[in-house]
Ligand binder design. Structure first.
Ligand code: ATP
Ligand code: MG
Length: 447
């Protein structure tokens, strides 16, 4: 096989230098996969027959990071980019479904490719030999197939994270998982219990953002449930409500795929109805209801994200979006200002995007009206931004010093007055105008 791919001059320079010193070297892994697919790779990894010390000697470069050398990796900084150059290696016995007890350096690129997770990632390239492909990776790329290199059960037992990588690549690349690999994913899903929360979360984020998230989540809920068991009650939970045609899980999956590709939004979509099964009631006419599900869902989202070690900003934002996702106040400026007070300017459009995705994943019942409502809210939001009104204390054209100047001393009282004025402005009963506010403050002070 001798297909040509374009490699950056820096990568070519490194590979050529190693070749001239008598070693074989290749671009390897994700960068070859992406190039074949016509995508721009995010980074270029290099593998080589030279041992780390030999790599250093052959390259004679100044900026070298040596701390991966034990595992065979030399990182060089060249023309403002980092390149990882790793000696051909095969991994020894795996101790904990994640870490090889030892790595051994091997002589051939074939053995190095054999330790990699998926055929589409087990590809190497240099200009002399073209694409090196021992496991049918190029054909799998052509056919859109995700398949393990070698025996899937063994590969997942060596490293459980590969299960998440399999799902992530299927979602992001829009590929189908080969049936043997798919069965092994289900069979070995429990191995994810041995994998750190951070690594799982990082793959889960990418999976949610993928174009094929719908397929992956609907087929592999059992795998996701290994680290988020809270989702299980959603699966198959019929809603018995004219607004819905899907069970709670399939509805959720569709909301995710209708949401824009934003991590916070897709996480919010994932959790938005997770409180439904526990809040389910049926009215006399047989209709299902879920009173309080956003509040419960927000608490579940908070706990799950905390357990998966997400950062506080993500935890708080996602829970807030979940808590507010079902609020439908009248489309009026004052309601927009209340939302803005809770969410801020940047997050409010996200809430509207979530609402839109939610509607698109429901039945056609009143769909047109529901979508019109969301778009009306969006219009009002845009108008609100230029209105000069206020939805938080900072925006108010009066502050604590003004109230002190009127003779107020007690800090608590000052706070109360400012909040009262803000409430009046938000409700549209008072203009955010300095004179008007000063006057209103005087009456409040004397009240
Ligand atoms: P991307 O960088 O786009 O997320 P990638 O395939 O480059 O995708 P990396 O995590 O950068 O992923 O890994 C580089 C290469 O190392 C992979 O292409 C694969 O060949 C190999 N690899 C990474 N993680 C594993 C793993 N857990 N098990 C086996 N091989 C792996
Ligand atoms: Mg990579």
């Amino acid at each position: 096989m001798c297909e040509h791919i374009d490699i950056p001059v820096n990568v070519k320079y490194i590979i050529d230098k190693l070749s001239r010193a008598g070693y074989s070297a290749y671009a390897v892994g994700g960068c070859v996969r992406d190039s074949i697919m016509g995508k721009v790779p995010s980074d270029w990894d290099i593998c080589t027959s030279s041992l780390p010390q030999q790599t250093l000697e052959a390259l004679q470069m100044e900026n070298i990071i040596e701390n991966g050398m034990k595992h065979g990796t030399v990182t060089v900084r060249y023309n403002n980019e980092n390149y990882e150059i790793t000696t051909f290696r095969s991994d020894g016995v795996y101790d904990d479904n994640r870490h090889p007890r030892s790595v051994s350096f091997v002589g051939s690129v074939r053995e190095d490719l054999a330790r990699r997770d998926l055929t589409i990632n087990a590809l190497a390239y240099n200009d002399t030999e073209g694409i090196v492909d021992y496991f049918g990776g190029a054909e799998d790329i052509r056919n859109g197939i995700i398949r393990c290199v070698g025996d899937p059960d063994e590969r997942y037992n060596e490293d459980g994270l590969r299960i998440m990588r399999t799902l992530r690549f299927a979602s992001v690349l829009g590929f189908t998982i080969d049936s043997g690999t798919a069965e092994a994913v289900h069979r070995n899903a429990h191995l994810l219990k041995n994998i750190s929360a951070e690594r799982i979360a990082s793959e889960f984020n990418k999976l949610l953002m993928g174009k094929n998230a719908e397929y992956v989540l609907s087929e592999y809920s059992d795998v996701i449930a290994v680290f988020i068991p809270e989702l299980l009650p959603m699966v198959g939970f019929e809603q018995r409500n004219p607004h819905h045609i899907y069970d709670v899980w399939m509805h959720t999956v569709k909301v995710i795929s209708f949401s824009p590709e934003s991590r916070l939004l897709r996480l919010a979509a994932f959790f938005h109805d997770i409180g439904k099964p526990q809040t389910f009631t049926v009215s006399d006419d047989g209709t299902g209801h879920f009173h309080g599900h956003p509040e419960l869902g927000a608490r579940i989202a908070f706990d799950v994200l905390k357990r998966l070690k997400y950062d506080n900003h993500t935890i708080n934002t996602v829970s807030l979006l979940v808590r507010l996702h079902d609020k439908r106040p009248p489309a009026e400026p004052k309601c927009i200002r209340r939302f803005l007070g809770e969410l801020g300017e940047e997050l409010f459009p996200c809430l509207l995007d979530l609402k839109r995705a939610d509607i698109l994943a429901q039945s056609g019942f009143f769909r047109k009206e529901k979508l019109e409502y969301v778009e009306r809210m969006r219009e009002l939001y845009k108008q609100e931004l230029n209105s000069g009104s206020a939805y938080n204390l900072k925006m108010l054209k009066i502050n604590g010093r003004d109230i002190i100047a009127m003779g107020a001393k007690d800090g608590k009282r000052i706070g109360e007055i400012l909040n009262r004025l803000l409430e009046l402005v938000v409700d549209g009963k008072l203009e955010n105008d300095r004179e008007a506010l000063l006057q209103a403050a005087v009456s409040e002070l004397n009240a």
